[in-house]
Design a protein around this ligand. Structure first.
Ligand SMILES: C[S@@+](CC[C@H](N)C(=O)[O-])C[C@H]1O[C@@H](n2cnc3c(N)ncnc32)[C@H](O)[C@@H]1O
Length: 308
């Protein structure tokens, strides 16, 4: 299957990977998909190094394996079909306690967007599911059919700050009172169309639901903290985000983990210890050339830190 995907900030990410010739490098890709970033990084690695891939969607791992066939066979490649929130425990299972480099290229794949079967596109009708990994948690329909009005409003506002949020949450509740259940993407898309004509609302509401369904923000926080804890001294962490909330999470965790104290007490009571040094005071942004070649890159921001 031929899938068009242009990796974002490829040069920036690959050039920041420093392979140490004197030790075993253990690199983790938390969001593998087609492995375009991975391919370039694996090519730089040495015999005996370990490259570990995570992707919550098993089909992505199969596509990536295809793309990586024959690439630097000297590197030991281990793939893990799991959410990156399970980073620490999945690595423990394979007896890896320390890693030398880790990166995240957050978000979904364009395959997900185009796939009506379980994804969030309202362009096609399909089950209202939206899970990266269908064996975990609940589908999006569970949220729309069971959350209270306040909770629905909160996720729509928190994740997309859309002005139609309150009205849409209220109308969902009104429809539920008439025993209506939302099972298809079309059910929700129709309700949004009946509530507002603002063109971006549907995209935003669907994205907010996807973020909630997959617990994307909570999982990112947990995973980033675990990643920093298991990084070797001198090891680096690189995160590319496409959503302002994701970038805020990366920025805040990097800020906290680069400080010796994170409490506001006059005499420190938190005993927090600095773990990393931030290498990007301002986020790395795609060049104008990259933006013009790949419109998806426009919202990308990357941050990089090194373990002290
Ligand atoms: C933007 S794509 C990555 C593209 C990849 N860097 C490349 O070069 O081809 C993001 C991928 O991360 C996966 N993903 C998103 N959130 C995840 C999570 N919490 N845990 C594991 N995989 C996740 C998605 O399934 C998708 O395949």
């Amino acid at each position: 299957m031929e899938i068009l995907h242009i990796p974002v900030l490829l040069e920036e990410l690959v050039s920041s990977v420093k392979i140490d010739e004197n030790k075993q490098n253990i690199i983790v890709d938390c969001t593998l998909w087609l492995a375009w970033h991975a391919k370039k990084i694996i090519e730089k690695m040495h015999t005996g190094d370990i490259f570990i891939w995570f992707d919550a969607d098993i089909r992505n791992l199969e596509l990536a394996k295809n793309n990586l066939k024959g690439v630097n066979e000297e590197v030991n490649k281990i793939f893990i079909n799991s959410n990156f929130v399970n980073l620490r425990e999945e690595l423990e299972k394979i007896k890896i306690k320390i890693i030398t480099w880790i990166y995240y290229d957050l978000g979904i794949s364009s395959l997900h967007v185009d796939e009506a079967e379980r994804w969030f596109s309202f362009r096609f009708d399909g089950p209202l599911d939206m899970r990266f990994d269908t064996s975990t948690w609940f589908p999006a329909s569970h949220i729309v059919n069971t959350y209270k009005e306040d909770a629905l409003t909160k996720i729509f506002i928190d994740y997309w700050e859309d002005s139609g949020s309150k009205k849409i949450a209220r109308n969902i509740i009104e429809k539920r009172k008439k025993w209506f259940k939302f099972y298809r993407t079309k059910d929700l898309a129709t309700l949004i169309d009946e509530t507002t004509t603002f063109p971006k609302t549907k995209t935003r509401i669907f994205q907010a639901l996807r973020i909630e369904t997959n617990k994307e923000m909570e999982n990112l926080k947990i995973s980033l903290k675990d990643a920093i804890n298991i990084l070797d001294t001198g090891g680096t962490i690189f995160a590319i985000s496409f959503h302002s909330l994701e970038d805020r999470i990366v920025k805040n965790i990097f800020r906290d983990e680069s400080r010796d104290c994170i409490c506001s007490d006059i005499i420190c009571t938190c005993k927090h210890k600095k773990q990393i040094q931030i290498l990007t005071k301002k986020p790395i942004l795609p060049s104008k050339k990259e933006e013009s070649l790949n419109p998806r890159a426009r919202s990308a921001k990357a941050r990089l830190a090194i373990k002290c």
